[in-house]
Design a protein around this ligand. Structure first.
Ligand SMILES: Cc1cc2nc3c(=O)[nH]c(=O)nc-3n(C[C@H](O)[C@H](O)[C@H](O)COP(=O)(O)O)c2cc1C
Length: 148
């Protein structure tokens, strides 16, 4: 895999995160960046540590829980050793709803676990409310500059 390739993984129940993942790759390709996106349930767990430039877009469901398609991958990453992701640069876009007590909890968990396993946060996490479009667009523009 090319060192510069951006991998976007989305955790979603109703598709918002998937749409954003597609927007990231369209914007990235316009900048001449190589970009691929996958649902979190689609990837082989053993490939995870090879995603050097990783963008996570993840909503929160239930009561502060991971969306269904993110649960198994999240558990796998939780089980990695400290330092296993030392070649990974990452940033997280969290989707949620401020009406819930555990606002954007799943995205917060991703942000924390990636750092815990040795990955480097290259851009601050952004937590989006239900009207996520403007915040997401701003994060995409800003985060892609890091990888340009
Ligand atoms: C049943 C239900 C439970 C939800 N639980 C939470 C929650 O605990 N915390 C939060 O911040 N947002 C919560 N949300 C809001 C979603 O994360 C938000 O609508 C998000 O944009 C959905 O993105 P997705 O289509 O990618 O899944 C919930 C929404 C629904 C419908």
């Amino acid at each position: 895999m090319s060192d510069n390739k951006i991998t976007v993984l989305y955790g979603t129940e109703t598709g918002n995160s998937e749409l954003i993942a597609m927007d990231i790759c369209s914007a990235g390709e316009e900048l001449g960046l190589e970009c691929e996106n996958f649902g979190m349930e689609e990837i082989e767990h053993d490939d995870f540590a090879s995603f050097n430039n990783l963008l996570i877009v993840c909503s929160t469901w239930g009561d502060g829980e991971q969306p269904d398609n993110a649960v198994e991958l999240y558990e796998f990453v939780e089980g990695l050793g400290d330092g296993d992701l030392s070649d990974t640069k990452f940033s997280v876009l969290a989707l949620g709803d401020t009406a819930f007590d555990l606002f954007c909890e799943a995205g917060i968990q991703w942000d924390n676990v990636l750092e815990e396993k040795g990955a480097s946060r290259v851009h601050d996490r952004v937590d989006c409310d239900v009207d996520y479009e403007d915040d997401a667009e701003e994060w995409i523009e800003s985060v892609l500059k890091v990888f340009s």
